[in-house]
Write a protein that binds this ligand. Structure first.
Ligand code: 5GP
Length: 190
């Protein structure tokens, strides 16, 4: 089974630099701190892709917050497509009843995963439920979702880095980029 030649060598184009991401995360953190001042805010992030964004965003928020983590997986389909069928691999570890909940997502593509998650979390009776995503790909949206905080709106390209993977690799890139076409023609190691 072939391995990619190298982490950075496999990247054809950097879409968002580490500096651009850092500045945007600080901006979002400041907005969230203002909007939720005096409230009981719980950040719920969705593993694994949102891990770096969650870690940076929570440290850019200067009001008290709780955090919780969920892990979901889409059933079936190729690795660059979302199937919309969602399985919960890890549930919340604490109650969110009467909490102001902010879902922290890495990317919204078709919106199917988030649509499922919103309905699931609404059933747990939070005081409010809003969405924060680092990346938004509106071109491929299949369900309408009101997104409250968006870092960057990006074109319809499959991106990796800053948490986002291809075949479980490239999550540790500090930037967001697009892979060379030949990387996709090899067998991904999922
Ligand atoms: P949706 O259900 O909105 O179509 O897809 C959500 C999930 O699909 C994301 O959380 C992410 O795991 C994956 N995804 C969607 N677009 C991309 C992309 O451009 N790059 C990567 N690495 N994953 C993506």
């Amino acid at each position: 089974m072939s391995r990619p030649a190298g982490l950075h060598a496999d990247v054809a184009e950097v879409l968002l630099t580490e500096e651009e991401i850092g500045a945007k995360v600080r901006e979002l953190g400041a907005r969230i701190s203002t909007d939720y001042a005096g409230r009981r805010l719980t950040l719920v992030s969705v593993l694994k892709g949102s891990l770096p964004f969650m870690a940076d965003l929570m440290r850019s928020i200067d009001i008290p917050v709780r955090i919780d983590l969920m892990e979901v997986s889409s059933y079936g389909g190729a690795t660059t497509e979302s199937s919309g069928l969602v399985r919960i691999l890890k549930d919340l570890s604490a109650s969110i009843v009467n909490e102001d909940v902010l879902i922290v997502e890495d990317i919204i593509d078709t919106g199917l995963t988030l649509n499922y998650l919103i309905r699931y979390l609404r059933g747990k009776a939070p005081a409010s439920l809003r969405i924060c995503t680092l990346l938004d790909k509106p071109a491929r949206r299949l369900v309408e979702i009101k997104v409250d905080y968006v870092g960057f709106t990006i074109p319809d390209q499959f991106v990796v880095g800053y948490g986002l993977d291809y075949g479980e690799l490239y999550r540790n890139l500090r930037y967001v980029g697009v892979l060379r076409p030949e990387v996709y023609s090899g067998t991904p190691e999922a």
